[in-house]
Ligand binder design. Structure first.
Ligand code: FAD
Length: 549
């Protein structure tokens, strides 16, 4: 026998064709339908173009940006302090694509019906390719309403923040074509409890809004430290106040902002998260003195919305990969997605993904209507409900999707391990789970009109007896105020499920809404793959499987 024949150990078969290069918008029927439903259809050509980019070159860049973590350089070769973070070119490619396509700016530069929804759709596509870069992108996007509270500072910064040019150079603002913004609130002694912040602000001359201060203190978490400026909190004699702290002073010299080290994180590897110290760093007061929390909440509300988008996106990418895998992989001579138990699992994952998307884009619609009081109340509540519920569902859902792919889903060559590592951060940062649930109680009990906006939205169950009964139970649960903090997670979960059920019913696809209600408000189990009998599992799987569309 010839030697080369001996070398041929086996034929490779029953492996899945790669999904490389798929347009992530075109393979996602629910995204198309929900974007159109909430008036984002006018931007479809742009979203479609971004879908091609996200599934192609940005997907490839995502792997590189995570395999090559950012590196911190405290000093240059001559010993000068430089505080620079070096990123792989793939990270810059991701940032550049997102900024050029308006992901941090579109709703502010093109305000019209559906702008928030269209931007959310593009962000959803971007986060599927790579989620770490989403951190500076969302902070830049979300800084705009907070900065507008200080018009003189906004006038100087907004043109660069809203620019569609990505400029990563470490230069003073005047010399840059675009700027990104970070946020630094968390200190060692308290993240949730920002009122425990010890950082002090001393006026350079006159005190008050728009004035210059020198900040002395630290921040325990400061993500994306290469941003051009940071919204940060520090105490004056009148209490906690909000400041914009740039990397450079007006004379072009470096500001007294010192990066201590980078965090060694569970996931979110492409993104740098640092510890910083302010040693007399110049910063300008934003908004009213002593009202730092309400000022920075303008930003946090939107980053929480982006956590909803981000976690929905991670779930969708996990589903796309699992559904694709199971459409090809055979076990026992039968393709997996034709096997009843796998159909149950995949259909359950598809429902979770679509319900998350529906609530997220409905929230986008509320943000698109800032002059509508009821929509404002809805957004106030759903920011906390959706941030809690969607971010909480993602890790388990992604784990299940990876398991559908067997060993292949546990290996870095597939994107699943990265999606799984990425998922928990969304439920921790921007206010952890309990904090969101307590915020739901605060909004419902203390803010006039929020409870009415919720039950107004839910209506009487939209003709579905199961939803109607669920809403009635929810109303009774809110009337009983005993131990309400102790029950806050259950209440928030019940609100989230009611809203998701209602949105799916309203959208009119009975196959989806019926399966969701039967499993989430009826007899479903505690893990995925426990849909009750009578659900159109095979058709639900087909709806979310790339190659069957
Ligand atoms: C990767 C990463 C990047 C980050 N980047 C930034 C950044 O750029 N800027 C920034 O400012 N911060 C950042 N953070 C910090 C993040 O926002 C905080 O970690 C978070 O807000 C929680 O604060 P903490 O860590 O101090 O936890 P704690 O405040 O100590 O909270 C611990 C736990 O207690 C719970 N809890 C709090 N209050 C209550 C209560 N009353 N009842 C019941 N439970 C409660 C919380 O939900 C949480 O689960 C980042 C965090 C991570 C992981």
């Amino acid at each position: 026998m010839k030697a080369h024949l001996l070398a041929e150990t086996h034929e490779v078969f029953n492996q899945v064709p790669p999904l490389d290069g798929a347009n992530l918008y075109r393979v996602d029927l629910p995204l198309q339908e929900w974007t159109r439903r909430y008036q984002g259809g006018w931007a479809e050509a742009r979203i479609d173009a971004y879908g091609a980019l996200a599934g192609g070159e940005l997907m490839a860049a995502g792997f590189l940006a995570n395999e090559n973590k950012p590196v911190f350089h405290s000093h240059d070769r001559y010993g000068h302090r430089i505080d620079l973070i070096e990123f792989h070119p793939a990270y810059h490619q991701l940032m550049s694509a997102a900024i050029e396509h308006g992901i941090p700016s579109m709703p502010w530069t093109e305000p019209r019906a559906g702008a928030q929804v269209a931007r959310a759709a593009m962000s959803y596509l971007h986060s599927q390719a790579e989620a770490g870069s989403g951190c500076p992108l969302t902070m830049t996007f979300a800084s705009v309403p907070a900065l507008k509270l200080q018009p003189d500072v906004a006038e100087q910064w907004l043109p660069k923040i809203l620019s569609t040019q990505y400029d990563p150079r470490n230069l003073p603002l005047e010399q840059k074509s675009g700027a990104t913004i970070g946020m630094a609130m968390t200190e060692k002694q308290g993240g949730t409890d920002v009122r425990a912040n010890t950082t002090r602000a001393y006026p350079v001359g006159a005190a008050g809004p728009g004035q210059a201060y020198e900040l002395v203190g630290h921040k325990w978490f400061c993500s994306a430290p290469m941003c051009d400026a940071f919204l940060t909190l520090a105490n004056t004699d009148k209490g906690l106040s909000c400041f914009l702290l740039p990397r450079h002073r007006p004379d072009g010299s470096r500001n007294e902002l010192y990066i201590q080290r980078l965090k060694n994180k569970l996931g979110n590897w492409s993104n740098a998260s640092s510890e910083v110290e302010y040693r007399g760093a110049l910063a300008w007061m934003i908004g009213e003195e002593g009202r730092g929390v309400p000022t920075i909440i303008e930003m946090v509300a939107l980053t929480r919305f982006d956590c909803m988008i981000g976690s929905s996106a991670l779930m969708r990418q996990a589903l796309t990969q699992a559904a694709h895998h199971c459409a090809y992989r055979q076990v026992g001579g039968r393709v997996l997605n034709q096997q009843p138990l796998m159909q149950n699992v995949l259909a359950d994952l598809a429902l979770e993904s679509e319900a998350a998307l529906a609530l997220t884009l409905r929230m986008g619609k509320a943000l698109d209507n800032p002059t509508d009081e009821r929509e404002n109340k809805f957004a106030r509540l759903v920011t906390a409900v959706g941030k809690y519920w969607i971010c909480k569902r993602a890790p388990a859902m992604i784990n299940e999707a990876a398991e559908c792919m067997g060993g292949a889903g546990y290996v870095e060559d597939s994107i699943l391990p990265r999606l799984y590592r990425e998922a928990p951060v969304n439920s921790t940062w921007e206010g952890s789970g309990n904090v969101q649930c307590l915020d739901v109680l605060r909004a419902l009990s203390k803010e006039p009109g929020v409870l009415d906006a919720l039950f107004g939205e839910l209506g009487d169950g939209h003709g579905d007896a199961r939803l109607k009964a669920h809403i009635q139970r929810l109303q009774a649960a809110f009337r009983d105020t005993g131990d309400i903090q102790y029950r806050a997670r259950q209440l928030t979960e019940d609100v989230a499920l009611a809203l998701q059920a209602k949105l799916l019913l309203e959208a009119g696809n009975a196959m989806v809404s019926d399966a969701f209600i039967a499993s989430r408000l009826g007899e479903g189990g505690r893990v995925y793959g426990t849909l009750p009998r009578g659900v159109a599992a095979e058709a639900l799987v087909a709806r979310s499987t790339p190659h069957l569309l």
